[in-house]
Design a protein around this ligand. Structure first.
Ligand SMILES: [Zn+2]
Ligand SMILES: [Zn+2]
Length: 122
């Protein structure tokens, strides 16, 4: 007796990756949701977290400077108007959002706590 060689033949379909911002077409199993790049769940979560991290602590400053410049920035933390100087580099667009003091997670959280308490008391 001869057994069929390919009993479980995989059905593959042309799918579109569900990862936001990807939209890549790929051939996959009917239940597949992600392309090769995003099939690994760790890859997806890590990517998301990295973006959140960048945006929570930095600003995207688009400029056309062709040489290194010292520019005045203002701390983005509510209630802190501290001015600080940032060295702006050509073709670099990600810069810190907060003054020296508030780049520290702990000090920033502390400042937010103090400010919200102050606002409640007013
Ligand atoms: Zn993808
Ligand atoms: Zn500050």
């Amino acid at each position: 007796m001869q057994l069929p060689k390919y009993k479980k033949k995989k059905r593959i379909k042309l799918k579109v990756c569900q990862e936001p911002g990807c939209g890549k077409e790929f051939w996959g199993h009917p239940i597949a949701k992600y392309c090769d790049d995003h099939r690994d769940i760790k890859q997806r979560q890590k990517q998301k977290k990295d973006i959140e991290n960048i945006e929570s602590k930095n600003i995207i400053f688009r400029h056309n400077y062709t040489e290194v410049m010292d520019l005045p920035f203002k701390c983005c933390l509510d209630g802190c108007d501290f001015d600080f100087t940032i060295k702006v580099f050509p073709k670099q667009f990600v810069y810190p959002r907060f003054c020296m003091e508030h780049r520290n997670d702990f000090k920033r959280a502390n400042f937010i706590r103090i400010m919200s308490k102050k606002n409640r008391d007013d």
